[in-house]
Design a protein around this ligand. Structure first.
Ligand SMILES: [Mg+2]
Length: 175
């Protein structure tokens, strides 16, 4: 395993830490964001004021936000429709299907987009495969669904190897 395939370009506490200014500084005009535990916590489907403000700020600045989720259409649509966010479902992360679909559908240039997610094994790996930049965030809720358990166990091993070679992942307040 090449652990470099799982290394994010940046790590931040939460997706809301990505300000318009900091994104622009890195030439980012579109944000592909994972849904579960990155944008929205499973136990708070209505979202937080912080999340709504973040969406508002990015939209206001003309930075596109697209949810790229492995979940079903029904689940994703239900989660995002009240916020009117664009989305692709059945993204098949760690593969590139969803990211490529989003790039094409929304006419986004690979060099101007970043994939943000809470899982190395899916979100960050998929970004590497697709040849786009990636940002790791801390899961909004530390308690994951049972479905992500196998990934989290594998992730723990990858994190250990990353730590040994590059030092611990340092979550910052911005990029
Ligand atoms: Mg997630």
């Amino acid at each position: 395993m090449r652990i470099e395939n799982y290394l994010p370009d940046f790590a931040v506490e939460a997706v809301y830490d990505l300000t318009v200014e900091s994104l622009r500084k890195h030439g980012i005009e579109a944000v592909f964001v994972d849904l579960d535990n990155t944008l929205i916590a499973w136990n708070n489907p209505d979202g937080t004021p912080e999340m709504k403000q973040w969406l508002h700020d990015l939209r206001d600045a003309g930075i596109r936000v697209v949810v790229v989720s492995n979940n079903t259409q029904k689940r994703v649509q239900r989660a995002v429709e009240k916020f009117q966010i664009d989305y692709v479902y059945w993204a098949f992360k760690p593969f590139t299907l969803g990211i490529n679909r989003a790039l094409k559908q929304f006419g986004v240039d690979k060099s101007q987009v970043v994939m943000v997610g809470d899982q190395l094994m899916t979100d960050i790996r998929a970004a590497h495969r697709a040849g786009i930049r990636s940002i790791l965030v801390k899961p909004l809720v530390s308690h994951d669904s049972l479905k992500t358990m196998p990934n989290r166990l594998r992730e723990r091993r990858v994190l250990k190897k990353i730590r040994e070679k590059y030092g611990p992942i340092n979550y910052t307040k911005g990029i």
